[in-house]
Design a protein around this ligand. Structure first.
Ligand SMILES: *Cc1c(COP(=O)(O)O)cnc(C)c1O
Length: 366
């Protein structure tokens, strides 16, 4: 008989990343993982290459240079930052440190899949609450809180829905949650949001003992390959996470490239401007073809195939894949009739619009 892991581990469905290829012979456009179509800052690429000259040396285990650079950018205290091998790692550290068997972690119906995985891996119990119009509903979250609740995960904005929770609503949630419940605000797409009533969670994390904000270099900084995430919280919470993290969890190339990336504000502004141009344009043009696009504030949109007679997300995915366009199926997120499209470069976006138009025409023809 094989050694047996914790029972909850066997309930984990392994994370399925967005496809890297559709097996199409011609040019492919990968719009399946919310990667940055502009790539990273050239300065980050140079720093990564320079890091190759000292690969025999352990990295700085505390990633001090990276924490300082983040702190300077956002006006934070570097001592209240912890870095991770992607924010995915930090979500796992939080679950490991705060959940004991039987403890509950609350998150919403279409929330980022890592919350479920991190909770089960730590031996906790996932509690999934319904959303309202593809968005987190604070009252429904509060209704799900029990004496066993230790964590509430809130993706703000959420992936894959693209919806966000207003600053007022996040504060209402925080104020109504018991202080012993750690609120995890995952703000992976914060830089893209253009809404006056949005905040990433810095202030709550700075002023409360029971709230942590996580961020990533994988999206706006275009460094997904290097796996860099960070979190900001009270001294006690950060101290706890330092205890459970690997001693060298962020590698030297990641630290060097991260420092360079966050220092290149012009590149960040270019990435935001590209998104600002394409998010409304894609939404309008895909809706003009006939497919509903729920409002998104991120660097991606959902396309609702149930909104057109005869359309089907799996069939559309195959149709687009045959034309080299790789979107993300989100059936695993409880959205079987939708596909998620990352905002790509101009060519990829135009190709996707044309292919969606052709798919729509193929339906009327049959
Ligand atoms: C992409 C994403 C992350 C970032 O993950 P990394 O591990 O930092 O690459 C975190 N949360 C959400 C909701 C995401 O979509």
């Amino acid at each position: 008989m094989s050694p047996q892991p914790r029972p909850s581990v066997l309930k984990i469905a392994p994370y399925v990343p967005g496809r890297a290829s559709a097996g199409h012979a011609g040019k492919e456009h990968k719009l399946s993982s919310n990667e940055n179509p502009l790539g990273p800052s050239p300065a980050a690429r140079d720093a990564f290459i320079a890091a190759a000259s000292a690969l025999e040396r352990y990295p700085d285990g505390g990633a001090a240079a990276l924490r300082e650079a983040i702190a300077k950018t956002y006006g934070l205290n570097a001592a209240n930052i912890v870095c991770g091998n992607g924010s995915d790692e930090i979500l796992g550290l939080i679950a490991n440190a705060y959940l004991s068997p039987g403890d509950e972690a609350v998150f919403t119906q279409h929330a980022f899949l890592m919350y479920r995985i991190a909770t089960l891996a730590a031996g906790g119990t996932p509690v999934v609450v319904d959303e309202t119009d593809l968005a987190a509903d604070v009252d429904k979250i509060l209704d799900a809180v029990t004496p066993r609740t230790k964590l509430v995960f809130l993706a703000n904005p959420n992936n894959p829905t693209g919806s966000y929770t207003s600053a007022t609503e996040v504060r209402r949630l925080r104020d109504a949650l018991p202080e012993g419940v750690l609120l995890v605000i995952d703000a992976a797409y914060a830089e893209y949001v253009r809404k006056n009533d949005y905040e990433a969670g810095i202030e709550l994390a700075a002023t409360r003992q029971d709230t942590i904000m996580t961020r990533t270099f994988s999206k706006i900084h275009g460094l997904a390959a290097l796996r860099i995430g960070w979190a900001y919280a009270s001294t006690e919470i950060i101290d706890t996470l330092h205890r459970v993290r690997g001693p060298f969890n962020v590698n030297a190339a990641a630290i060097a490239a991260g420092v360079a990336a966050i220092g290149d504000r012009a590149h960040v502004e270019r990435a935001i401007a590209h998104n600002d141009r394409w998010l409304p344009e894609l939404t309008t043009r895909i809706e003009a073809i006939g497919f509903r696009v729920p409002p998104s504030v991120g660097n991606f949109v959902l396309i609702d195939f149930a909104s057109v007679d005869g359309a089907d997300a799996a069939a559309a995915d195959a149709f687009l894949g045959a034309r080299g366009i790789i979107l993300r199926r989100v059936a695993g997120y409880g959205l079987p009739q939708m596909l998620r499209m990352t905002i790509g470069d101009d060519e990829a976006n135009e190709a996707t619009i044309a292919a969606l138009q052709a798919y729509r025409e193929s339906l009327s023809a049959s």
